[in-house]
Ligand binder design. Structure first.
Ligand code: EPU
Length: 423
């Protein structure tokens, strides 16, 4: 397995292009199953998660063609040849569970493996199932698979989620596009990913209003048609790279960066003393004046502070002046980076869903282990600020969600390189 080697170094300077959003693109890809006409996606990120989902879609009979070096993807699901999503693929990628809504809506049947637990928490699917049952599906659990049927099609209904779930909102949204009548989703996710999915579905002929608010209304249509859609920039990749100059100084421009996708995070970064300026090409982030200040953070669904940036912000707080409290409210086990950061000299106390971080003068490089996607990248960020060399092992997690991370960071002066497992 490859490792990433990071050497602590001084100020960064230059530009980093932001790729298309992983989590958005994955859900857009599942939408292709709703139509027998092609869906063309542009600004597709080149990531292993995208390849894994392509393989799953191909197993359902969807043709996946990559153009322009993988930046453009054409998905043609003329005919669904298989309604079963196998455990072997679904276990690798939770977003695979989002083929359930489209397959069921189009075919009247879907058999999708339960995704299973994952490192960051239990990650149940009860809300996905509740939503599809409301739309009239009969659902049974058989040998680790969710078997959903609706032989006469789905019917619009009111779906009220007890708390926000991005994935369940998106499964309900896609399924409801082909249901008979009107569906109202209450307490819907407002994440930019969900809004972009709704936008793409509208371009395919769906009738959706209210995406981006907590109530989405969908008027079912008989069929969806071909469309071309551009994937929005990856706000989590953007936030991650905003931490890089914040943690080791300098000024970096994020090409394609958009503040509106990350307002709550930007406000916290500014409170920590980081300058953020909107430019014609994106966002400029600079740390000019002295130490970073300690800032408290509580994760929350959009428009709150994203859970997917909590680990990276913790890396920053490790070297801040003072003590900060980081509260994780979305996933029950998302502090696995803390013990690794402690190995680098950080002072962190974790009690349940709260981490108290006391800034130290300096971190030191160490061999550390990547445990999940966002935890892995927080270790790279910490390595940028540490004295000496940090080796991050098990980086396959990183390749799931960050495109050419070592190249992008090296381009702004960071000393980050990859050591191939066989060399
Ligand atoms: N939950 C349930 N039951 C359900 C669904 C969710 O209890 O049926 C719980 C989850 O266990 C969690 C909370 O609800 O505690 C919120 O989970 P949500 O469903 O919103 O998350 P998700 O759809 O599984 C997506 C992203 C995650 C991101 C979360 C929160 C994708 C592919 N994944 O997951 O991204 O952290 O929303 O914003 O869209 C990542 O990219 O590193 C990542 C983990």
């Amino acid at each position: 397995m490859d490792s990433i080697i990071v050497e602590g170094n001084g100020p960064l300077s230059g530009q980093i292009p932001i790729s298309g959003a992983k989590n958005t693109c994955l859900k857009l890809m599942t939408a292709a199953l709703l139509s027998d006409e092609p869906l063309t996606l542009t600004n597709v990120p080149r990531l292993s998660d995208i390849r894994t989902l392509s393989t799953l879609l191909e197993s359902h009979g969807c043709e996946v063609a990559l153009l322009q070096g993988g930046r453009v993807m054409v998905l043609s699901a003329r005919e669904i040849t298989n309604r079963r999503a196998d455990y072997e693929i679904v276990r690798k990628l939770r977003a695979s569970f989002n083929v359930l809504g489209p397959l069921l809506a189009r075919e009247g049947e879907a058999i999708v493996s339960l995704p299973g637990g994952c490192a960051i928490g239990a990650r149940k699917v009860d809300l996905h199932i509740m939503a599809l049952e409301k739309l009239g599906a009969t659902i049974t659990l058989e040998e680790g698979y969710v078997h959903a049927t609706a032989p006469n099609g789905l019917t619009g209904a009111v779906i009220e989620f007890p708390f926000v779930s991005v994935g369940a909102t998106e499964n309900a949204l896609t399924a409801a596009t082909l249901a008979k009548g009107t569906t109202v989703i209450r307490n819907a996710a407002r994440e930019p990913d969900t809004v972009d999915l709704a936008k793409c579905l509208v371009e395919m002929g769906a009738k959706i209003s209210g995406a981006g608010t907590s109530e989405i209304t969908i008027e079912g249509v008989d069929r969806l048609h071909a469309a071309t859609h551009q994937v929005i920039p990856d706000r989590i990749e953007m936030g991650t790279f905003m931490i890089a100059p914040a943690i080791c100084g300098g000024e970096v421009e994020l090409l394609g960066g958009r503040r509106d996708l990350l307002e709550a995070f930007c406000e916290k970064l500014e409170a920590a003393g980081i300058d953020i300026t909107e430019t014609e090409a994106g966002l400029k982030v600079a740390r000019r004046n002295g130490a970073v200040k300690a800032v408290d953070v509580t994760t929350a669904p959009f428009p709150g502070f994203p859970t997917d940036l909590q680990a990276q912000f913790m890396a920053l707080m490790c070297t801040a002046e003072g003590t900060s409290t980081l509260e994780e409210t979305i996933f029950e086990n998302r502090f696995m980076h803390a013990p690794e950061l402690i190995r680098m000299g950080a002072r962190i106390d974790v009690h349940g869903g709260t981490a108290t971080v006391t800034g130290v003068k300096g971190l030191t490089g160490a061999p550390v282990m990547a445990t999940d996607l966002r935890a892995s990248v927080s270790l790279i960020l910490a390595g940028l600020a540490a004295e000496g060399e940090t080796t991050v092992a098990r980086v396959y997690h990183l390749d799931r969600g960050y495109e050419r991370i070592e190249e992008k960071l090296s381009a702004v002066g960071a000393k980050v390189s990859r050591v191939k497992a066989d060399g």
